[in-house]
Design a protein around this ligand. Structure first.
Ligand code: ADE
Length: 229
């Protein structure tokens, strides 16, 4: 059973609409859709924005539906000159850029419970997703660190700080939380994000303009990956 989590409706609606043998149930206000996508057993949910909502959803999927792997799908702000709107970023690892116990002498982003800054994504899933994306799109496919925090990034100052501190290729608001839940439960995960903006001052215009088309692109990629998972 594969769990697929998106924060917003636009990030999961295409996946839910193509599901066959569909059932649903609501837990903690989150609607979980169970069924088959491309003949693969899946549970799909819109978790809501941010790390807490994502963690509740991920842990529920693992406990209630026995998911073997979680995929976080959706859009992100691109970091770096070579990452463009519409590109795909597949996670090699996740950081929580707003985790900060540096006042105690820790490294920025250290998740002390795990003693890790970067939570590694499943190499198998990252490779599979990146190779599939490369086959479909040819260019504009990147692998790298994705940085998560409870913050929409829309200024170059904050963006540069995240780039320098973590070497991240994209920023978003859920992946690092889902990664932590998967790490704690020892299950595989990967984060697939299509770029909706460049997390700079133009993001407040770019995000509403490009989020829906980029979200569709990342959902389309998942559909191509699922039969080979
Ligand atoms: N998701 C899409 N764009 C984002 C941004 N700039 N910051 C955080 N999350 C995002």
């Amino acid at each position: 059973m594969i769990g697929i989590i998106g924060a917003m409706e636009i990030e999961v609606e295409n996946l839910i609409s193509v599901m066959t043998d569909r059932n649903s149930e609501t837990i903690s206000g989150i609607v979980f859709y169970m069924g088959k996508i491309e003949n693969t057993n899946c549970v799909v949910a819109k978790c809501g924005v941010g790390k807490v909502a994502a963690a509740v959803c991920a842990q529920t999927m693992i406990l209630k539906y026995g998911t073997d792997a979680l995929i976080n799908v959706g859009v992100a702000g691109g970091i770096g000159k070579e990452i463009h709107i519409g590109d795909i970023v597949v996670s090699t690892g996740l950081v929580q850029h707003d985790m900060d116990t540096t006042a105690l002498g820790d490294e920025k982003g250290l998740i002390s419970g795990l003693n890790l800054v970067t939570i590694p994504a499943s190499k198998r899933l990252s490779y599979l997703v990146a190779a599939t994306a490369q086959n479909i799109y040819g260019k504009g496919v990147h692998t790298g660190i994705i940085a998560t925090g409870d913050q929409f990034i829309g200024d170059v100052g904050t963006l540069n700080k995240i780039a320098e501190e973590f070497g991240a290729s994209a920023c978003e608001m859920e992946g690092g939380s889902i990664a932590q839940v998967c790490y704690m439960n020892q299950i595989e995960f990967v984060v697939i994000r299509a770029i909706s903006d460049n997390a700079n001052e133009a993001a407040k215009v770019d995000f509403p303009t490009f989020a829906a088309s980029s979200a569709r692109k990342s959902a389309e990629l998942i559909r191509k990956v699922l039969p080979n998972i």
